[in-house]
Write a protein that binds this ligand. Sequence first.
Ligand code: THU
Length: 141
Amino acid sequence: MEKKRKVQQLIEAALEAREHSYAPYSHFHVGAALMTAEGRVYQGCNIENASYTPTICAERNALFKAVYEGERNFEMIAIAGSPEGPCTDYATPCGVCRQVMMEFCDPKTFCVIVAKSPEEYMEYRLEELLPLGFGPANLKG
Ligand code: THU
C-alpha cells in the first residue's frame, strides 16, 4: 500500500483508540495506533488513576499490548491527543514513551506520526525525538 494511505489509515485507528481514553483527571484524551513490520495494528489509549502515577500513556499501552502478543518489529506509530472533544492539538510523546519506543524500535527507521486528523499530521524518526538515546544496543559489548 502507498505510504500516505497507510499513514492515514493508522491515524484513523489512533483517533478511534482515542475514543477509549479514560482520563477523568486531566480530561486530555490520547489514542495511539502502532503498526508492525507485517502491517498488523495495535491500538492503545491513556488510562488514568486516582493515585495519578499509575497512569499509562496511549503509546505505551499500544506497545505493551503488541509486545505481549509476541510482536517485536515495529514500523510506525500514530498518536492523536488533545483536550477532550475533537482532536484539535498535536500531542508529542512523553519522555517515558520515547524511552520505551527505544527498547523495541530502531531509532533510525521507526516513524512517529503526531496527528490532529488524517490530513493534518507531522512525521518524525525516533532518533529525532530521542537524540543520543540509550537502548539495548548500548548494553552489548
Ligand atoms: N498522555 C499520553 O497518553 N500520551 C502522550 O503523548 C502525552 C500524555 C496522557 C497521560 C495523561 O493521561 C494525559 O495524557 C495528560 O498528561
